[in-house]
Write a protein that binds this ligand. Structure first.
Ligand code: NAD
Length: 302
């Protein structure tokens, strides 16, 4: 069993760290939020007063932070200074590919092995240990990271070299965002054309319009397996996070010189939804905006 530093105990990290404790690891946790840290301590983590204290004597450091700037700050100002030589660095945050590669290079210059290991699966999967990890980094770092990630995972997949995990994550989510948007449009259109949503589902789910957005996460309440649509679009994957991931994909596409017009269209739709107050709703809630039933937030001005 290893001594592990866990930095970032929000919606995701707060569910993940206890699964490392359950697997028998000695988890030293730190978050800027006292509330988040208290919850992690209740779940069996050891309280650290700072990121430096958490990293002290750690054999592995896991970070689950909001965005690239937080990751760069935490590694450059804390982890690189205080992690013992030989500690394995695992960043599970979803960040831009460029920052992931930069920080992996800086880690290698200091003699650390590092992987980017963003996840697919939301807050529920984080809590019950069924995330899919997409891992980027050298073979040896992947082999070391794999058993640490296992108690938090249903699958741990080696995507390639540094940054490859982030690349897989944002490309996947660009597909998901665009597919969900057009699936919502199709359901609204089908209904306007007089089709019953269940009948349209029965046909399209067995025809070429089928996708994960339709058959695993149908945006229409009461149709398909249970999904956030059945809970008025609460919980699930927040639209603001979907927008963040699509933007990361578009930035990467610009850098790589790849035209991604469908991705850009998806960005526009989610941008509008977030601006109109849907940021905390599940991303499939854009169907409400498309059908014209999205309530304006109470502070919305004309
Ligand atoms: P969150 O905002 O709930 O948690 C982030 C935590 O990091 C917060 O508790 C914050 O206080 C802490 N933090 C920020 N800066 C810090 C610092 N310098 N030192 C210590 N702690 C610091 O976010 P989340 O929903 O847990 O998401 C984390 C990452 O996982 C994001 O990159 C997100 O895109 C990704 N992700 C989220 C989901 C989801 O459904 N929430 C799904 C897949 C991936």
């Amino acid at each position: 069993m290893a001594r592990i530093a866990f930095i970032g105990l929000g919606h995701m990290g707060g569910g993940m760290a206890p699964n490392l404790v359950k697997a028998g690891h000695d988890v030293h946790a730190f978050d800027l939020s006292d509330e988040a840290l208290d919850k992690a301590v209740e779940a069996g983590c050891v309280r650290s007063g700072s990121a430096d204290e958490a990293c002290d004597h750690a054999q592995a450091i896991v970070t689950m932070l909001p965005a690239g700037k937080h990751v760069l700050e935490v590694y450059r100002n804390h982890v690189f200074d205080t992690a013992p030589a030989g500690a394995l660095l695992i960043d599970c945050s979803t960040i831009d590919v460029g920052s992931a590669r930069t920080i992996a290079e800086e880690a290698a210059e200091r003699g650390f092995e590092m992987v980017d290991a963003p996840v697919s699966g939301g807050i529920a999967a984080a809590a019950d240990g069924s995330l899919t990890f997409m891992v980027g980094g050298p073979d040896k770092a992947f082999e070391r990271a794999s058993p640490i990630l296992d108690p938090m995972a249903k699958a741990v997949i080696h995507a390639g070299g540094p940054g490859a995990g982030q690349a897989a994550k944002i490309c996947n989510n660009m597909i998901l965002g665009a597919t969900m948007a057009v699936t919502c449009e199709a359901f609204v259109l089908a209904q306007k054309l007089g089709l019953d949503p269940q009948v349209f589902y029965d046909i399209s789910s067995k025809a070429s319009g089928q996708s994960w957005s339709m058959t695993s996460y149908c945006p229409v309440p009461g149709v398909g397996p249970e999904s956030p649509a059945d809970r008025d679009y609460e919980g699930g994957f927040a639209a603001a996070l979907m927008l963040k991931d699509i933007k990361l994909a578009l930035d990467a596409a610009k850098e790589a010189g790849v035209p991604v017009e469908m991705g850009e269209e998806a960005e526009e739709v989610f941008e509008e939804f977030v601006e109109r107050g849907g940021g905390n709703m599940d991303f499939s809630g854009i169907i409400k905006m498309i059908e014209g039933s999205l309530e304006q937030p109470s502070d919305a001005s004309e």
